[in-house]
Write a protein that binds this ligand. Sequence first.
Ligand SMILES: N[C@@H](CCC(=O)N[C@@H](CS)C(=O)NCC(=O)O)C(=O)O
Length: 225
Amino acid sequence: MRCLLKGNGVPFGMVLYSYFRSSASYRVRCALHLKAIEFEYVPIHLVKEGGEQFKPEYKMLNSMSQVPTIVDGDFVLAESMAIIQYIDSKWKEPPLFPKSPKQWAPILQVCEVINSGMQPYQNAIVMSRLEKQYGFDEGKRTEWVRFFMSRGLESLEKILSKTSGKYCFGNEVTAADCFLVPQIFSADRFKVDVGPYKTLQKVYENCEKLSAFQNAHPSKQVDFQ
Ligand SMILES: N[C@@H](CCC(=O)N[C@@H](CS)C(=O)NCC(=O)O)C(=O)O
């Protein structure tokens, strides 16, 4: 892992610590590209050598040993939800959370269904514990992920069938789209059939037409394998 501190000890610009396949990192990449913020991409390989996220120098930035983390000048921040809210407060256009409580709260709801109700169950550390600690073979682990994934997708379809236009909420991209697109990518990775979720498919396809989402895609990252 490369050290980003300059001679005087102060980091520079916006830096994103990311892993190409990490859905939480992908969310932040979507937000950064939507806001047209230039950033330096620092890959953290989650598998190589037992996982670079566990190295002491990275743990100093992210005490959970997870990606993403951003460093904006001398400001360090982890957790994709916090990062996206920080970015949205500092770079106003386009807004990812509208101001009105009855608009932003449902967006946050969708983000949280994904952030708390889906993504944690597919995490590498969870998979590894299920295997090593509890003896889950690959079939059982896949079944586990698919159960939580399908449960979340069903919930999202119900919510978004009432709120969506081209995107999750009407015809403007919001933080909900930054969370949804990576989660659909993960569903595909775990071979969960998204066919029944017509609203989610529509929103995903519309987002994928935007250059910000194309640039944030795992296949476009320097560490893509
Ligand atoms: N709630 C965190 C989740 C971060 C997270 O789970 N990151 C995963 C990749 S998507 C990770 O770094 N996993 C490393 C591991 O499981 O060891 C966020 O939104 O940033």
